[in-house]
Design a protein around this ligand. Sequence first.
Ligand code: CMP
Length: 149
Amino acid sequence: MERTFVMIKPDGIQRGLAGGILSRFEMKGFKIVAAKFGILPEAIVDKHYEEHQAKPFFPGMKAYITSGPVFRFVLEGENVVATVRKMNGATNPAEAAPGTVRGDYALSIGKNVIHAADSPTSADREIGIHFAKSELVAYEKIDEPHIYD
Ligand code: CMP
């Protein structure tokens, strides 16, 4: 079963959106297999956003993402990577469709409420950066026969 990495950013926490957003994913049918709340260590930010390090927005983004607590979690389910990306909407909230997290809750690209891995390869990489293997919980959820064909 596929897994993805999701992070509610400091703006989402400060605005009290974390519970409602997690609830969207739970109601869709995805399973929570790990979760963590706190301020990101600098080394984790550098690893996570490695591909953006040379970009002009990186210093501001790094200062922002470490400015307050974030809520990180791992979700599991069929096509979870692509589905969560769709549910979040376009990275730039101005282009995010209504009904998506960013379409409903965000106005600017730097404060776009949520991050989710963009491919199964990125998901594996990001889960490995943020969670130890022992923190990923394998369990059966009783509603699975009612969610999957
Ligand atoms: P995220 O999915 O977390 O990946 C990189 C983040 O950089 C992105 O979401 C944005 O929140 C942030 N960011 C800030 N400024 C820009 C920008 N000009 N272009 C793209 N991403 C930006």
